[in-house]
Write a protein that binds this ligand. Sequence first.
Ligand SMILES: NC(=O)CC[C@H](N)C(=O)O
Length: 224
Amino acid sequence: MPEAPEATIGILALQGAFAEHQTRLQNLRLKRRIITVLVKGPEDLLLCDALIIPGGESTTIALLARLSGLLEPLKEFVRKKPVWGTCAGAILLSQSVTNAKKDGQELLGGVSVDIARNGWGSQVESFEAPLSVTDLPDPSVPFMGIFIRAPVVLGVSPEAPIQVIARLPPHLLPEPIEDDNDPRTIVALRQGLHLLTTFHPELTKDDRFHDYFARKCVFPTVPM
Ligand SMILES: NC(=O)CC[C@H](N)C(=O)O
């Protein structure tokens, strides 16, 4: 029997919660082997079939990516391969950011949303919210969303094939929002092979979003 193919998932390791993502990936029990690589330079990225961009500080990650010669290779990677951005990583994966710093913010693009940095306020306004996510294994068990200076989705391109995976329940919103379809309630979405979460699944012990990324984005076509 031929061995089931494996995949190498890189984690951008310039700043932020990259080690936690690696731990969660190493915890996954899939039929196929996942190899993890901490990506610090272009040579590491060449090894990867998919990439996670962690939370942290999007401006710092972008600056360090430029300094380490990774910015252009990352843009190229996003055009071809699966990428998951969490929190700061979600900002970098977005098409546009409404309140970028004065001297601008480098983005990688890939997901057709407009996003606002620190959309729910500063560090002290960080919060947790149980999310009901029907696409995860054991969907009746809520996934604890940890929102730390989280970005907020302000708009979604109507032409893009975007699938909303999780929304914040209206009663848990830091500010009241009347309309259930308001894009600001979206906290997880997928566009093709790209996954965007505005919270931090890697800061929990729940591997279900990592499992989702592996199944739907990294190995999307063959059941495992
Ligand atoms: N927890 C986080 O990743 C925070 C993101 C941060 N507010 C930024 O703009 O990059």
